[in-house]
Design a protein around this ligand. Structure first.
Ligand SMILES: N=CN[C@@H](CCC(=O)O)C(=O)O
Ligand SMILES: [Zn+2]
Length: 411
């Protein structure tokens, strides 16, 4: 199948050669071509350039006219908990009445509440609920997604979640990466040391053995898992080929960033709090800091200090954290906009963070995240807009007209 998209008002994130990720000042540059064309052959980007070099339409099976519209690589959402059962709007109302996220969790709400619901939900029902969410985020421009387990908290329920992620991966054309997050919370009436031992000795070998995850995650946080627990779990995961992507510095700074970097984490995520020492360990590492502004927005907690991160020369990725407790939205357009409005990122930085850097944060930088020959043809065409800055400017709206995954328009 040969597809030509022509008369594109502006083609964004055009990179001749593939870059792994962008750091510091590089993030301010978003290469584009005005009045451009894009060619897709057999699921891949095979050519692009200015309209003056556009090939003849007659040579193509399908031709799209993108006059007045912008073309962007699809969003790469590198941190989600999209597979979950039910919702937690009661806790949302409790927070409005004054309870904190931590207080709700202490009362048995929070992650344990979602785990209870998920344990009592059939695999088929969980799949249907998750499938609807995945379809919805794809329609908003997400073309690659990482999904975590961690609402099971029994081996059986964790396996159920991971099998649902596997089914989504098989049923949908977008790239889906699975992360095992058994260490999301300590289950009720369980001693933490016993639980961590079980994760290490039994669950990790089983999950890796069945090829149900590529990454391993730990909620490294006061009241959840310590740095010592985190390191032990990451080392066990590594022995089974699971690379680390971890939750750190959401509410307290206990040394999770250093633990992640020390254990070659692909990403350290949240970072609503960030110490000078954390910035220092991230320098000269290959670990991607990931900000989750939807969570800061929803829980009214600090935003990840993006300016500090970028201005010290580090890279930054943006993701949704889509989950029922702290970020019940998988809308990457909102995330990009909020990063501009609340974190002082420029549209160029935010788009880079949500495309190429997001792709890196899930090991997809060679396949996705930029308009580069040989990458998958995952892109979205906007509605007619004046400029790409209009996208984050018009917060709460998305101006995605159509989404193409591997060159095919999704319905
Ligand atoms: N912080 C840990 N996990 C999720 C929220 C979990 C929940 O509240 O259900 C997060 O990334 O924010
Ligand atoms: Zn999360």
């Amino acid at each position: 199948m040969k597809l030509l998209v022509k008369n594109i008002k502006e083609l964004l994130q055009v990179r001749e050669t593939s870059t792994s990720f962008l750091s510091g000042k590089e993030m301010a540059e978003l290469p584009t071509i005005k009045n451009a064309f894009l060619v897709v052959e057999d699921e891949m980007i095979s050519n692009f350039g200015p309209m003056t070099d556009c090939p003849e339409s007659i040579d193509f099976d399908q031709v799209e006219d993108a006059s007045g519209k912008i073309v962007i690589p699809t969003w790469c959402d590198s941190h989600t908990h999209l597979v979950y059962a039910g919702n937690r709007e009661r806790e949302f109302v409790d927070r409005i009445h004054g309870l904190t996220y931590e207080e709700i969790a202490k009362k048995g709400g929070g992650i344990l509440n979602s785990a209870k619901t998920l344990q009592n939900t059939s695999e088929e029902d969980l799949y249907q609920q998750s499938k609807a969410r995945l379809k919805a985020v794809m329609a908003m421009g997400t073309g690659a997604i990482e999904i975590k387990s961690g609402y099971g908290l029994t081996l059986e329920a964790e396996l159920k979640m991971l099998r649902v992620i596997k089914r989504l991966k098989e049923a949908f054309p977008i790239s889906v990466k699975a992360t095992f997050l058994g260490a999301h919370a300590v289950p009720k009436n369980t001693d933490k040391e016993t639980y961590v031992k079980e994760l290490i000795e039994s669950w990790i070998p089983k999950i890796a053995g069945e090829n149900l995850a590529e990454y391993i995650d730990v909620f490294c946080e006061t009241g959840y898992f310590s740095v010592e627990d985190t390191e032990a779990i990451l080392k066990a995961g590594k022995a089974y080929g699971l690379k680390a992507k971890i939750h750190v510095n959401q509410f307290t700074t206990i040394g999770g960033v250093a633990a992640g970097v020390k254990n070659d984490a692909l990403s350290v995520d949240h970072l609503e709090l960030l110490l000078e020492a954390d910035i220092q360990v991230l320098q000269n590492s290959r670990t991607m800091p990931v900000a989750l502004p939807g969570c800061s927005y929803f829980l009214s907690i600090p935003y990840t200090p993006a300016r500090k991160i970028i201005d010290t020369g580090l890279p930054l990725a943006l993701a949704t954290d889509y989950n029922p407790g702290s970020a019940p939205s998988g809308n990457m357009n909102f995330v990009v906009s909020t990063a501009c409005v609340k974190m002082g990122m420029t549209p160029e930085e935010a788009i880079n963070a949500a495309t190429i850097n997001g792709a890196y944060a899930m090991g997809l930088e060679n396949q996705l995240g930029s308009i580069t020959k040989g990458k998958f043809a995952n892109f979205m065409i906007t509605e007619p807009v004046n400029s790409y800055s209009f996208l984050p400017y018009s917060f709460g709206e998305d101006h995605v007209d159509s989404v193409y995954i591997k060159g095919h328009k999704i319905e």
